[in-house]
Design a protein around this ligand. Structure first.
Ligand code: CP3
Length: 348
């Protein structure tokens, strides 16, 4: 079994596996070169281009997994919400959901035809990589997708979404339920195409109180992660800033909980116990800024503290910054692979 999936299942590994969120992206000169000729959505929707970008970081670095090049927001477009990316401004949703009545105009997505290009990219990548490097499929979680659907783009405080949630709890539940059903079908499609594990990105859910998270979001996330379990591949649940309520996140049922860079990974593992794997948790800004000896020292400590039980996947606490020097990435991967881990690793 590849080290990445073994770690997700809390089994023994040869060395601590590492991959980086946003590893296929703008910090790579070869990505920027290709991107100069195609816009982002065209790249994501053209399987040959998406596959090429997915393997770019693997050609350079000894990474343990390949996350398919796509975006969590892609499913919103066939729902009829109108997705575009404006240079320098991030995503834009043209037909945002403003009232409960707006839900009636959302289209039923047919994942195989509307999002089949992602499955095709997974198939191409899988055929190009050795079996010890799994393809990581992914999707956005309902709350984070709803944040774009309702806010129309990025938001500082999610005020519109929270207002919608508190004033129209039934419509909010309908919206999250629809997004959860779509996400299950979308992840099923990616696994059928060859994804060996999946990550669910709930990037902005940490804006919620524990009470609202538990009542209004957790049931939907639980349903998705249970469906992924039935597919037979491990799941990673990423909900940065929600580490204030990690024990509640654990109830969602993912095999791996992904941490941002704030909590101490050793304390988190002791609090959660040996029954769940953990991913993380280097500060992406440290990887960008360096110096290399500080990156290496932090990596060594994270591997040591994260490895108190089997089941640690090394990653950053959030996506890699576009201005990260390539030498820093290379040094990090080498440091993680070399680092001794106390309980988790048996050098097989
Ligand atoms: O390498 C990988 O991790 C795989 C591909 C991937 C992308 N986006 C490509 C991308 C993944 C896993 C994502 C997830 C994603 N997308 C999230 C969740 C992760 C997180 O950061 O919490 C979110 C919130 C989005 C939405 C999104 N897509 C935003 C906010 C932006 C703009 C960011 C910016 O800095 O401009 C994107 C665009 C995007 N998605 C890019 C890439 C490589 C940049 C596109 C470009 O080349 O201009």
């Amino acid at each position: 079994m590849p080290d990445l999936t073994a770690a997700a299942r809390r089994q023994k590994v040869h060395r601590t596996p590492i991959w980086l969120m946003r590893q296929a992206g703008r910090y790579l000169p070869e990505y920027r070169e290709l991107r100069a000729h195609h816009d982002f959505l065209t790249m994501a929707r053209t399987p040959e281009l998406a596959a090429q970008v997915t393997v770019q970081p693997l050609r350079r670095f000894d990474l343990d997994g390949a996350i398919v090049f796509a975006d969590i927001l892609l499913p919103l477009d066939p729902m009829g919400l109108g997705l575009s990316f404006e240079a320098g401004e991030g995503p834009h949703i043209a037909k945002a959901v403003e009232t409960p009545q707006d839900l009636a105009r959302l289209r039923e997505v047919d994942v195989a035809s509307d999002l089949g290009f992602v499955a095709e990219a997974v198939r191409i990548v899988k055929s190009q990589l050795p079996p010890e490097v799994p393809v990581i499929g992914f999707a956005g979680a309902p709350f984070t997708l709803a944040s774009y659907a309702v806010e129309g783009g990025p938001s500082r405080d999610y005020r519109r979404l929270k207002r919608f949630m508190w004033h129209h709890p039934q419509a909010f539940a309908d919206l999250l339920g629809r997004l959860a059903s779509l996400t299950i079908e979308y992840l099923t499609l990616q696994v059928a195409a060859g994804a060996g594990m999946v990550q669910l990105f709930d990037s902005w859910v940490g804006a919620l109180s524990e009470r609202d998270y538990r009542r209004l979001v957790l049931p939907h996330t639980k349903r998705i992660l249970a469906a992924v379990k039935d597919l037979g591949v491990p799941s990673i649940h990423f909900a940065p800033l929600a580490s204030a309520y990690l024990a509640t996140l654990k109830e969602a049922g993912g095999d791996v909980i992904a941490l941002d860079w704030r909590p101490d990974i050793g304390e988190v593992r002791r609090a959660l116990g040996p029954g769940v794997a953990v991913q993380g948790n280097l500060d992406p800004l440290l990887l960008r800024e360096g110096p290399v000896r500080e990156i290496e020292a932090a990596a060594l400590e994270i591997v040591g503290r994260g490895g108190v039980f089997p089941g640690h996947i090394f990653n950053l606490g959030h996506g890699i910054d576009k201005d990260t020097p390539l030498e820093h990435v290379a040094a990090l991967i080498e440091a993680v692979h070399r680092a001794p881990s106390p309980g988790g690793i048996a050098r097989l």
